[in-house]
Design a protein around this ligand. Structure first.
Ligand code: NAP
Ligand code: ZN
Length: 348
């Protein structure tokens, strides 16, 4: 049966989001119908709906940090049951057959990952995201939420959590490693908690010291303001790994100077503008500058289990749907502590 979901959609790149209703497809044999309870607001939603990453099909319902309850399953579904607590992140399908999908890196599907919103789905419709009351997703892209972690603080893990867990994991954050996190926003505050739980020494590099107390409480050992030039001399050559979560173009070469020999700076922030890099900053120190996009489904499940085991969740400000446009403005002015999460009961 087709489900009519209440939602908030962006009508155009420059208009406020407005209430609407959307149709969710019939539950197919491998599909799961989820009643969404909470939906996080990621800075990527703003980049996307405002057309910064390219033209979109409007109206567009954003949202890829989804937590809810299964209310119906298809006849062939084996992984989830009615009543289960589940999550959906940035993707809802991939080919399942290319070498990247087979390796569990569905986010790099060679035949095109189907994003949770704004992407042509296999049935030719445009996907619509989590700022809505219901969603239908094929079971392989639905994650299990472990017991002991509340659904509201789990929602942001589905993007902010996995996007920072994956590079921390891959580049070996752990005991004896010095990790810096640039930007203490949605992604940054997850990176701090995760790197600390992995056993690394963690430093926050924020524009100012305004959020220092929070950063230290979240698990940072040190906290510096990048507006203070002394930060760049004091910390020169210090870090093994820098995770850059900043949503704007910053002076990457200045940060590369903070890496030790063989150190890596991994960019997860995704500004539309290019990030110029001075080759000398890489060459002098055999340093790497890399990127990373969310994480695959198996690693996302691993991250959720890790968070439950370590008591990690997002720090959230729960909002009603009519505050979504205000929340966007606050994210844009770095006034977020540390993720806005929509209570989807207010969409109705
Ligand atoms: P956010 O909550 O807005 O956090 C970004 C933080 O960057 C801000 O809180 C601020 O931290 C810092 N910042 C913002 N503007 C800055 C500027 N002009 N100069 C220096 N620092 C600045 O955003 P988010 O949701 O964490 O997302 C961050 C970025 O990651 C976005 O570009 C988003 O699209 C991208 N993203 C990428 C992936 C991926 O797969 N790679 C996944 C999700 C999101 P301070 O106040 O502490 O300086
Ligand atoms: Zn996101």
């Amino acid at each position: 049966m087709t489900t009519i979901a209440h939602a908030y959609a962006s009508p155009s790149p420059d208009g406020d989001l407005v209430p609407t209703t959307i149709k969710r497809r019939d539950v197919g044999p491998h599909d799961v119908l989820i009643e969404i309870k909470y939906s996080g607001i990621c800075h990527s939603d703003i980049h996307t709906v405002r057309g910064e990453w390219g033209p979109q099909a409007y109206p567009l319902v954003p949202g890829h940090e989804i937590a809810g309850i299964v209310t119906e399953v298809g006849t062939e579904v084996t992984k989830h049951a009615v009543g289960d607590r589940v999550g959906v992140g940035c993707m809802v399908n991939s080919c399942g057959e290319c070498k990247n999908c087979k390796a569990g890196d569905e986010q790099y599907c060679l035949n095109g990952t189907v994003g949770t919103y704004g992407v042509t789905d296999r049935d030719g419709t445009i996907t619509q995201g989590g700022y809505s009351t219901h969603i239908v997703v094929t079971e392989d892209f639905v994650l299990r939420i472990p017991d002991g972690i509340d659904l509201d603080v789990v929602a942001p893990l589905l993007c902010a959590g996995i996007t920072t867990y994956s590079p921390l994991n891959r580049w070996g954050a752990g005991p004896g490693k010095k990790v810096a996190v640039v930007g203490l926003g949605g992604l940054g505050h997850m990176a701090v908690q995760l790197a600390h739980a992995m056993g690394a020494e963690v430093t926050v590099l924020s524009q100012s010291l305004k959020k220092q107390e929070d950063g230290l409480r979240l698990g940072a050992d040190r906290y510096y303001a990048t507006s203070d030039e002394a930060t760049f001399t004091e910390l020169a050559g210090y870090f093994d790994l820098i995770i850059n979560t900043v949503s704007a173009s910053i002076d990457i070469s200045a940060f590369l100077g903070l890496l030790t020999v063989d150190g890596a700076m991994v960019n997860v922030g995704a500004p539309a503008e290019p990030l110029p890099v001075n080759a000398m900053a890489l060459i002098g120190g055999r340093r790497s500058f890399a990127g990373s996009m969310i994480g695959g489904i198996p690693e996302t499940q691993e991250m959720l289990d890790f968070c439950a085991e370590h008591g990690i969740g997002a720090e959230i400000e729960l909002i009603s749907a009519d505050k979504i446009n205000d929340a966007y403005e606050r994210v844009l002015s770095s006034d977020v502590r540390y993720r806005f999460v929509i209570d989807t009961a207010t969409l109705v």
